[in-house]
Design a protein around this ligand. Sequence first.
Ligand code: 2HA
Ligand code: ZN
Length: 270
Amino acid sequence: MKNVLSAPFMVDMIRTATDMYSQGWDERNSGNISVLLDETEVKKHLDIPAIVRVIPTGFEAPELDGKYFLITGAGSYFKNVQYDPKKNLGIVRLAKGGAEAEVLWGLSDGGRPTSEFPAHMMSHAARMKADPENRVVMHCHPANLLAMTYVHTLDEREFTRTLWRMCTECVIVFPDGVNVLPWMLCGTNEIGEATAKEMETARLCVWAQHGVYGAGRGLDETFGLIETAEKAAEIYLKIAHLPILNTITDDGMRLLEKRFSVKTREGYLE
Ligand code: 2HA
Ligand code: ZN
C-alpha cells in the first residue's frame, strides 16, 4: 500500500513548513511553498488516480506542462500543515501548457493551490533556465527583511551590498545577490511575471513591504538562503542607527570569493 505521507518529499515539506512557522516567517495563512517533484518519485509513493479536480490557473507556463508539484494550499496556515497535511498541501500536475492544474492528491477541503501560484510557477520556469536542478520556490514574511524595505534604499546593488556586509557568510551563501521589487499587488500574474524576471539573475527576491521569495535545489538549501538573508537584515536593523566603526571591506569579500570558490554578481563589488 503506497502512503504518500511517508514519502521523503512530503516529510521534508511538512518539516519545512513547521520550521518556517516557528521562525515567525508565516503568520496566519501567509507564505507558500512549491516543490517540483520527479515523476518517478511521485509514482513510487502515489497511485496516480483519476484526476481529483481540474483547476484553471489563469496563466501559461508551457515549460512546466506535465510537471508535478507539491504545493501549499491557498489560505492554509503553516502552523497546521503538520496536523493535517492532506488539507493544507496538494500534489498537482500542470496541463494544457500550464493553463490547468490537475489535483492528484490533497487540498482535501476543496481548496486551491496557493494564492501566489502564478509567481511560483513563473519563478520555477525562470529558475530552471538559470539552474536545471532548481526544485524549490518559497515565499514568506520574515520581519527583518520586511522592515529593512521601509528604511533602506531598494536599489538592488545597494541592498545586496548592505546585506553582504552584515555577516561574513552572506557573500558565500548568496553571491548572486538579492533582487528587490517595489510594492505591488500580490497574487496577480503581474507580480508573478515581475518576480520571475528577477529570478533570472538571483535566487532571492524581496517584495518591498511584503516579504521575500527564495529559490533553490532543495528545501533545506532554500530555507537556509532565506534564513541567512533574514539574519543579515536583523543585524542591519540592530546597527543602522549607530555609528559604524568597522565593516567587511570589498577586498575582504574578494578573499571570501576566492577561498570559497564563489562568483559575486558582476559589478557588485567595488
Ligand atoms: O499566502 O503570503 O502573498 C499569503 C501570502 C500572499
Ligand atoms: Zn505573502
